[in-house]
Design a protein around this ligand. Structure first.
Ligand SMILES: [Cu+2]
Length: 268
C-alpha cells in the first residue's frame, strides 16, 4: 500500500501557483489511511456530482459508461479519472492522496486496510460501499462485495517486469491492461464488472497502482509517449485531452520513489 503525494501544483490553465505543498502518492501511514477514510465517508454523504457515488458512476452505471477499456485511451482516461476523483477527496480532506495497492506483493487476500469490515469500532469505508439505485446492475446489489481469489490469479513481479520492458506505448498499455484485468477478476464480485467496479473503494487503489506503473514506465523510457495522432483525443467527460495526462508533474502529483511498498497496517 502506498499513496500519491501532492506537491507544488502546476496548473497550466491558471498561471497562479498555489503556495501550498501538494500531495505525493506514497506508502500510507496511519494518518494517511485515516484521512482517506474520512474523505471517503464525507464524499459518500455528498449527494450531488461531487460525491463518491457520482464519481463511481462516471466509470459505468448509470449510463453512459464512460471508461475506456481495451482502447487506445485506457491509461490516459483513467489518469484523468483518478486526478479528478482525488481532487474531490481533497475537497473533503485537504492533502489526502490516493494510496496504491501493489498486487504483485500479496497474493493471499485483499490489502489489509481494505479488508477489515470495521476500524475503531466503526464501519470501514474502504471495505465496501453502497451502490446508488441508478448504478446497480442488479437491483439487489445494494452494496459492493468481493470474492477474492476465486476466478483468477494475481500478476507476479515477473509479469510486471515483462510489461515494463516494452518500449512501445500501445504494446505496454495493452499488456498492462491485461494485468489490470486479472486484478479485477481476482477481486471478484463488484470489481469483476466494469459497469459497477468503481463503487468498490479498492478500485481506486488498484487503478492508482496501474497509474503508478505507467509513471514508472515513463521514467524508464523517456519520451515513449502515445503517437502524435492520439495526443489531441478528448477524454470525455473530463476536460482534458491525452496530451494533458502525460506528465504527472504537470498535473501536480507524483509517486514516492519507494518500490518497496509497505504492506498496509493491519487495522481492525
Ligand atoms: Cu479497471
Amino acid at each position: 500500500m502506498t499513496a500519491r503525494e501532492p506537491r507544488g501544483r502546476h496548473d497550466a490553465t491558471d498561471g497562479a501557483r498555489r503556495a501550498a505543498p501538494s500531495p505525493r502518492r506514497k506508502p500510507p501511514d496511519d494518518k494517511q489511511l485515516s484521512d482517506l477514510r474520512t474523505a471517503i465517508t464525507k464524499a459518500q454523504a455528498v449527494k450531488d456530482d461531487r460525491g463518491f457515488q457520482a464519481w463511481a458512476g462516471v466509470h459505468g452505471l448509470p449510463l453512459p459508461i464512460s471508461c475506456t477499456h481495451h482502447s487506445t485511451l485506457f491509461l490516459p482516461w483513467h489518469r484523468a479519472y483518478l486526478y479528478f476523483f482525488e481532487k474531490a477527496l481533497q475537497d473533503q480532506v485537504p492533502g489526502v492522496t490516493l494510496p496504491w495497492c501493489d498486487w504483485t506483493k500479496d497474493h493471499t487476500n485483499v490489502p489489509a486496510p481494505y479488508r477489515a469490515a470495521r476500524v475503531n469500532n466503526k464501519r470501514n469505508p474502504l471495505h465496501d460501499s453502497p451502490i446508488q439505485p441508478s448504478g446497480r446492475r442488479d437491483p439487489n446489489e445494494k452494496r459492493t462485495f468481493r470474492e477474492p481469489g476465486q476466478f483468477a490469479s494475481l500478476p507476479t513481479a515477473a509479469d510486471l517486469d515483462m510489461v515494463m520492458a516494452n518500449t512501445d506505448f500501445f504494446t505496454f498499455q495493452t499488456q498492462l491492461e491485461s494485468l489490470h484485468d486479472a486484478v479485477h477478476v481476482w477481486t471478484g464480485g463488484t470489481m469483476g464488472d466494469i459497469s459497477v467496479a468503481a463503487y468498490d473503494p479498492v478500485f481506486w487503489a488498484h487503478h492508482c497502482m496501474v497509474d503508478r506503473v505507467w509513471y514508472l514506465w515513463q521514467l524508464k523510457h523517456p519520451g515513449a509517449n502515445p503517437p502524435a495522432s492520439v495526443l489531441g483525443r478528448a477524454l470525455p467527460p473530463f476536460a482534458m485531452t491525452v496530451v494533458d495526462t502525460l506528465s504527472t508533474d504537470h498535473l501536480g502529483y507524483d509517486y514516492a520513489a519507494t518500490t518497496a511498498a509497505a504492506p498496509g497496517p493491519a487495522h481492525g
